[in-house]
Design a protein around this ligand. Structure first.
Ligand SMILES: Cc1cc2nc3c(=O)[nH]c(=O)nc-3n(C[C@H](O)[C@H](O)[C@H](O)COP(=O)(O)OP(=O)(O)OC[C@H]3O[C@@H](n4cnc5c(N)ncnc54)[C@H](O)[C@@H]3O)c2cc1C
Length: 86
């Protein structure tokens, strides 16, 4: 990123919502996060809510990178003809 960006949330239509936050139950959050970070067949979950940095763009980016790495790793071990990416 070369330039910073500033957004006045109050001027963004349909925004103003709350960001997500794990509960104070650290053990439950850790267990849920480990589960959500795994793919479910061809489905991958990514976003700030699936990261150790919830409520921040950094968490969303980290989660996306982790999902992309998982998908790339899976693609290396499968061939399109096999159809096993399902
Ligand atoms: C008021 C406010 C202020 C914040 N300030 C900061 C800050 O200063 N710094 C910071 O780092 N973070 C801040 N955050 C948190 C940050 O915005 C989020 O952590 C981040 O945007 C999460 O990214 P995400 O990709 O997980 O989800 P999102 O950014 O919410 O992206 C999800 C996308 O999915 C789309 N979508 C939803 N349902 C569907 C569907 N069924 N089909 C297709 N698309 C769908 C949505 O329209 C949205 O574009 C703030 C959040 C809020 C609400």
């Amino acid at each position: 990123m070369e330039h910073g960006v500033s957004v006045a949330w109050s001027k963004v239509p349909w925004s103003r919502g709350a960001y997500i936050q794990w509960s104070d139950d650290a053990a439950a959050a850790r267990d849920a996060l480990a589960l959500l970070a795994q793919s479910d067949g061809p489905l991958y979950f990514a976003g700030a809510h699936v990261s150790h940095v919830p409520g921040w763009i950094e968490g969303a980016v980290r989660s996306a990178q982790a999902s992309v790495a998982q998908i790339a790793g899976r693609a290396k071990t499968t061939t399109p003809a096999s159809g096993s990416l399902r």
